[in-house]
Ligand binder design. Structure first.
Ligand code: GDP
Ligand code: MG
Length: 304
């Protein structure tokens, strides 16, 4: 499928107290669409829990350990996220019950979210259980708790069970996503979403750096992806596969300058996403006609 000029993509996380409906809502948003959900244990701090691909956008739902836990863990994460940008999401969906009494758990989350800043939606779930006018009092209760200068990017009452207003929620998420690539091919099911994403971060930087010099005949294969023992560090090795010898030279650049810059930019994105330092090694190989080879295609994560 050709990619529209203004394709948008980004990372979205749910936050909220237990039982507020986070899991139900993500499943409802994903619906029948093919979702990438890994059942293998993922090795990074930030987990991909689902991918929703639409015609002009891709929403990647992420889960960061700590983000759902109120009190200290959450605070720790928020402070770190605010300081370093690590494990950050483009949009945070803050889910609450349709109750005008803001409990201590929510007061705490709210304080941390305000400290964090960024794009935060107030999503009031379980709309089906209350009379609509009550929603206004709930909205009031949460807004009156916000400090001056903070505002929710959107306030949306929904029902994850009946589906009411979920389309509005989805459209508003897309509205706030940055322009970005389709990180995951449309119909790919993988139990290694982290590898697919790592490869796509690299491919994206290559396309950015090379612009029109090289046709899209470039693939990226992740050959190593493992946490280093006893250290907060991920070792990632990737091979960039070109169709022609001449392309290899362009990808490497003068004195390796292009490859070095691609590696640096990709590494920064990966560190932000995976939430830990990364040692990234890039290799370049020529594999003529790789696009015609079914075996190769499969190993790159494309479904035939
Ligand atoms: P999580 O802990 O935040 O992931 O919450 P869950 O998704 O597991 O949902 C907790 C409970 O709330 C489940 O029994 C859901 O069926 C219920 N629930 C979730 N969303 C709604 C909703 O929109 N309306 C109603 N009535 N119940 C909901
Ligand atoms: Mg849950």
């Amino acid at each position: 499928m050709p990619q529209p000029l203004l394709f948008k993509s980004g990372f979205v996380s749910f936050i909220g107290r237990p039982n507020v409906g986070k899991s139900t809502m993500m499943n409802a948003l994903l619906g029948e669409k093919v979702a990438i959900i890994s059942n293998k244990p993922q090795t990074t701090r930030t987990k991909i829990t689902g991918v929703l691909t639409c015609e002009e956008s891709q929403i990647i739902f992420v889960d960061t350990p700590g983000i759902h836990r109120p009190k200290s863990k959450l605070g720790e994460f928020m402070v770190r996220a605010a300081q370093s940008g690590m494990g950050d999401a483009d949009v945070v969906l803050y889910l609450v019950e349709p109750d005008e009494k803001v409990g201590p758990g929510d007061a705490d989350i709210l304080a941390k979210l305000q400290q964090r800043g960024g794009v935060i939606f107030l999503v009031i779930n379980k709309l089906d259980t209350v009379a609509k006018p009550k929603m206004l009092t709930v909205i009031d209760a949460y807004q009156s708790r916000c400090t001056d200068g903070f505002a929710f990017a959107e306030i949306i009452p929904v029902s994850a069970i009946t589906g009411e207003n979920l389309a509005t929620l989805q459209n508003n998420i897309i509205k706030h996503l940055p322009q970005g690539p389709r990180y995951f091919p449309d119909d790919v099911l993988t139990d290694q979403p982290e590898r697919v994403l790592a490869a796509e971060f690299i491919r994206e930087k290559l396309l950015q750096m090379l612009e029109d010099e090289i046709p899209h005949g470039i693939a990226v294969e992740i050959t190593t992806f493992k946490p280093r023992e006893n250290k907060n560090m991920l070792d990632i090795e990737a091979t960039i596969i070109c169709e022609r010898d001449s392309h290899k030279g362009i990808v490497i650049g003068k004195a390796g300058a292009v490859l070095k810059e691609v590696g640096k930019r990709a590494r920064l994105d990966m560190e932000r996403f995976f939430g830990q330092p990364i040692n990234l090694q890039l290799w370049v190989k020529v594999r003529k006609d790789w696009r015609d080879s079914d075996v190769h295609l499969r190993s790159f994560g494309y479904k035939s």
